[in-house]
Design a binder for this molecule. Structure first.
Ligand code: NAD
Length: 336
C-alpha cells in the first residue's frame, strides 16, 4: 500500500483524501491542518489522523477535543508521498520540509511551475512524472483544457485553440470572494495565464485564452474554438470525446441548461459533495464549421483535479501505467 500524507485539508485536500482512501493500492496516513475547524472535526470523523501544521496551536486542537497524532513533520517523515493542497504560495514554503525528509510531493495549480520538475495531467503526460521529486497537478481550468486537447490532437490534429474562460468568482464557502454584481474581464490584458499554463503540458500547442470572472460559485464555463488540422463531422468529434472517461457528454435529453442543473445532476448521481470529476461538455454545442470546432464545457473547479492527484501519486512512484492508473482511479471513484 502506498502511504499518502495530505498537507492542507481544505477544498482540494479533503476531496483528495477521500479519493485516495477509496483506492485499492493506497491509504491516507494522515492529514495536516493549521486550525481545528469544521474540516478538522470531519477529518477525525472520517478516521484520518490529524497532524497540526503549527506547533504553537497544538493546544487549540486539544481544547477542541481533537486528538492529534504528531506534527506535520512526522506526517512527512511517515508518508511515501505528500499531496500538498495548501493555499497558493504556501506549497512553495513547504518544499524545504519535503526535501528534508526526502519525500516526493505533489503541489496544486496555485503554485508556480518553477518549483517543480514537471506539470501533470494524467491523460496528457503521465510518464513525464516518473520518479520526479516535485510535481504540480495543474489547475482546474488547465486540467479541463488538457483533457480536451489530448484526444483532439491525437485524432484530428490541432492548428490553434482559442478559449474564453468564464470563471466562478469563488468557491461556495469562500464568503469573501467576488464579484457579487459585476462581470470582470480578468485579467483585462491578453492572454490570461491559462494558455501559457496549458503549454506546460503541451509545449508546442498554439493556444490563446481570455478570462472573465462572474458572480457564480458552482463551476467555470469554457467557450471553446479549436481550429483542427482536419475536417471531421460533429458526430466524429462526439464519438472521439465520448471515448474519454473524464469527459462527460451531456445529452440534450437530460435537459441540463447550465451549471446549476449540472451540479444537481452530480448530486442526484450520488457523487460525494456533488462533485463532477469530469469536464461537462454539452453534446449539442459540439459544432464543426470547416475545420473549426466549437463547444461549451463546464469545469467543476473543486473536484476535476482530484482523480489527477490520485494518478500523479502512481506516476511519481512508478507503480502503474497511465491507462491502468486512470482505470483504477475511475473504477474506485465510480466514474464511468
Ligand atoms: P483551501 O483554502 O480551501 O484549503 C487550503 C487548506 O490548507 C486550508 O484548510 C488551510 O487551513 C490549510 N493551510 C493553510 N496553510 C497551511 C500550512 N502552512 N500547512 C498546512 N495547511 C495549511 O484551498 P484550496 O481551494 O483547496 O486550494 C489549494 C490549492 O489547490 C491551491 O494551490 C489552489 O490554487 C489549488 N486549486 C484550487 C481549486 C479550487 O477551485 N478551490 C481548484 C484547483 C486547484
Amino acid at each position: 500500500m502506498i502511504r499518502v500524507g495530505i498537507n492542507g485539508y481544505g477544498t482540494i485536500g479533503k476531496r483528495v483524501a477521500d479519493a485516495v482512501s477509496a483506492q485499492p493500492d493506497m491509504s491516507v496516513v494522515g492529514v495536516a491542518k493549521t486550525r481545528p475547524n469544521f474540516e478538522a472535526e470531519q477529518a477525525r470523523r472520517r478516521g484520518y489522523d490529524l497532524y497540526p501544521a503549527i506547533e504553537d496551536r497544538l493546544d487549540q486542537f486539544a481544547d477542541a477535543g481533537l486528538e492529534t497524532a504528531g506534527l506535520v513533520e512526522d506526517l512527512v517523515a511517515t508518508a511515501d508521498v505528500v499531496v500538498d493542497a495548501t493555499p497558493s504560495g504556501i506549497g512553495e514554503q513547504n518544499k524545504a520540509l519535503y526535501e528534508e525528509y526526502d519525500t516526493p510531493a505533489l503541489f496544486q495549480g496555485g503554485e508556480s511551475e518553477d518549483i517543480v520538475d514537471v506539470s501533470f495531467n494524467a491523460r496528457s503526460n503521465f510518464d513525464e512524472a516518473a520518479d520526479a521529486d516535485f510535481v504540480r497537478v495543474v489547475s482546474c481550468n488547465t486540467t479541463g483544457l488538457s483533457r480536451l486537447v489530448a484526444p483532439l490532437e491525437e485524432e484530428f490534429g490541432i492548428e490553434k485553440v482559442r478559449a474564453t474562460l468564464v470563471r466562478r468568482g469563488g468557491d461556495p464557502a469562500q464568503s469573501g470572494r467576488g464579484p457579487i454584481n459585476d462581470i470582470l474581464p480578468n485579467p483585462v490584458s491578453l492572454p490570461s495565464h491559462h494558455g501559457p499554463d496549458v503549454n506546460t503540458i503541451f509545449p508546442d500547442l498554439d493556444i490563446d485564452t481570455l478570462g472573465l470572472k462572474v458572480p457564480a460559485t458552482l463551476m467555470h464555463m469554457h467557450s471553446i474554438n479549436v481550429t483542427l488540422d482536419s475536417t471531421p463531422t460533429a458526430d466524429d468529434v462526439r464519438e472521439t470525446l465520448a471515448g474519454e472517461s473524464r469527459l462527460l457528454l451531456i445529452d440534450a435529453d437530460l435537459d441540463i441548461d447550465g451549471t446549476g442543473a449540472l451540479k444537481e445532476y452530480a448530486l442526484d448521481m450520488g457523487r460525494p459533495r456533488g462533485d463532477l470529476w469530469e469536464n461537462g461538455i454539452w453534446s449539442e454545442s459540439i459544432t464543426v464549421e470547416g475545420s473549426d470546432l466549437y463547444l461549451f464545457q463546464a469545469i467543476h473547479q473543486e473536484s476535476d483535479v482530484v482523480p489527477e492527484n490520485v494518478d500523479a501519486i502512481r506516476a511519481v512512484l512508478e507503480t502503474s501505467t497511465a491507462e491502468e492508473s486512470m482505470a483504477t482511479t475511475d473504477e474506485a471513484l465510480g466514474l464511468d
